[in-house]
Design a protein around this ligand. Structure first.
Ligand SMILES: [Zn+2]
Length: 195
């Protein structure tokens, strides 16, 4: 019978202390994939990008990371650009639902407004109408309004792209920590305002 009482003392190595600022390997791999997806979008290969966004979004949703909704929305956008409208709309739907589920209500009006504009710009009038009904329902349920999307306060300028993941920075949609620092909506990295 094994003796549980006498466990040999083992000195723990603590390499992570020296390496604390480096994200864990899984996070680094995800960041690399995200960067690749953004590059594919820039190179006009939206379907390839969409597949990567899908994977990252699903993984993110399983772990309930705050950026998961944004990844679904990005996947939706990529599928729509790739001409896979139905699949794209599904992802937008999931992204929006997840945003509500994760209580990211403050960002909901501005995000939905942008999606609506993009759908109309793509000539997807029917889809835009369906989407509008959905967001109006959500807004009614949570007491939000599209008017909240127009932000009066002037924020400082941010770089056009995130230096970590290469995503386009949307100043109205980022989470501001203070007047100088915001967090990237795709990867969560710190974005410093331009001086
Ligand atoms: Zn980023």
């Amino acid at each position: 019978m094994p003796n549980f009482r006498r466990r040999p003392f083992r000195r723990r190595r603590r390499p992570f202390l020296a390496d604390r600022r480096r994200p864990p390997p899984a996070a680094r791999a995800a960041l690399r994939q995200l960067k690749q997806a953004h590059e594919l979008m820039d190179q006009n290969q939206p379907a390839e990008a969409a597949i990567i966004f899908d994977t990252l979004a699903e993984k993110g949703a399983k772990r309930l990371i705050p950026r998961a909704p944004q990844l679904y929305l990005q996947a939706g956008r990529a599928w729509i650009v790739a001409g896979e409208i139905e699949r794209g709309m599904e992802r937008l739907d999931t992204g929006l639902d997840l945003m509500v589920q994760m209580k990211q209500l403050r960002r909901l009006p501005v995000v939905s407004q942008r999606i609506l504009t993009e759908l109309k710009d793509h000539g997807l009038t029917d889809q835009a109408m369906v989407f509008e009904v959905k967001i109006n329902d959500l807004f009614a349920t949570y007491g939000l309004s599209l008017a909240a999307a127009s932000t009066g306060a002037q924020k400082p300028r941010l770089p056009a792209k995130c230096t970590y993941c290469g995503g386009n920075v949307l100043p109205d949609e980022v989470e501001w920590f203070d007047n100088q620092q915001a967090s990237c909506t795709y990867c969560g990295s710190l974005l410093e305002a331009l001086t």
